[in-house]
Design a protein around this ligand. Structure first.
Ligand SMILES: Cc1cc2nc3c(=O)[nH]c(=O)nc-3n(C[C@H](O)[C@H](O)[C@H](O)COP(=O)(O)O)c2cc1C
Length: 199
């Protein structure tokens, strides 16, 4: 026999459903924001007169962060720089003070920059150091980008530029037909070329 659920049962079911979704969201958020493994990637000659350090904390689901950081680094090395792309875990032993340029690349989680990168950034003295901010996300990155920029400046860094690139929201003007990640890499290479003019 079909038994109609009462209104209060209905609201209980809604509350339980929302609660389960919030717990799942929290678990996924903690998972993506964990400090990922130490990875070191480099390009250009060690003997180059200028060097850059590019820092990110890898997202476990997709590697837009890695691709964007490597595209930035490759553009620098094409102009005779030595560039290292390091995860937050790999950078901890290194000395930022030797770098001519430091690039902080964060993923956006819940409208904020990822905590691993930010926790590291907040411990750094960047007095007078030239920095660049890269903010990645599905498409809602404004707040995270602003927080990243403000934090770099509050640590004493000289912010040469800041850009956001997206996995979901189109990176290009309407009408440009190319994969979104491909466009992000082209745009970050153009941005790196612009940054080079500051040296
Ligand atoms: C729990 C969670 C929260 C997220 N919150 C945001 C957000 O607020 N804004 C946004 O643009 N992207 C958000 N994203 C998407 C990630 O930023 C995106 O997956 C990542 O930056 C993609 O780049 P990647 O290839 O470097 O991982 C979120 C992703 C997860 C898993």
């Amino acid at each position: 026999m079909i038994k109609w659920i009462s209104l209060s049962d209905f609201w209980k079911a809604i509350l339980v459903g929302v609660g389960i979704m919030l717990v799942l969201w929290l678990v996924v958020s903690l998972f993506v924001m964990r400090k990922a493994e130490a990875i070191v990637w480099e390009t250009g000659a060690h003997t180059a007169s200028r060097n850059a350090i590019i820092i990110y904390n890898p997202d476990p689901f997709y590697n837009l962060d890695e691709q964007v950081c490597k595209a930035f680094a490759t553009t620098l090395s094409n102009s005779n720089w030595y560039a290292q792309v390091l995860t937050v875990k790999a950078i901890e032993e290194s000395n930022l003070a030797q770098a001519d340029l430091i690039v902080f690349c964060t993923n956006t989680y819940n409208w904020a920059p990822d905590t691993a990168t930010m926790d590291f950034l907040k411990t750094q003295n960047l007095d007078g150091m030239k920095c660049v901010a890269l903010t990645l996300g599905m498409g809602t990155t404004d707040r995270a980008q602003r927080i990243l920029e403000e934090t770099i400046e509050s640590r004493g860094g000289e912010l040469l530029g800041s850009k956001a690139y997206w996995l979901g929201k189109p990176n290009a003007e309407p009408g440009v037909v190319a994969p979104n990640v491909h466009i992000a890499k082209l745009l970050v290479a153009e941005f790196a070329d612009e940054i080079l003019k500051s040296f």
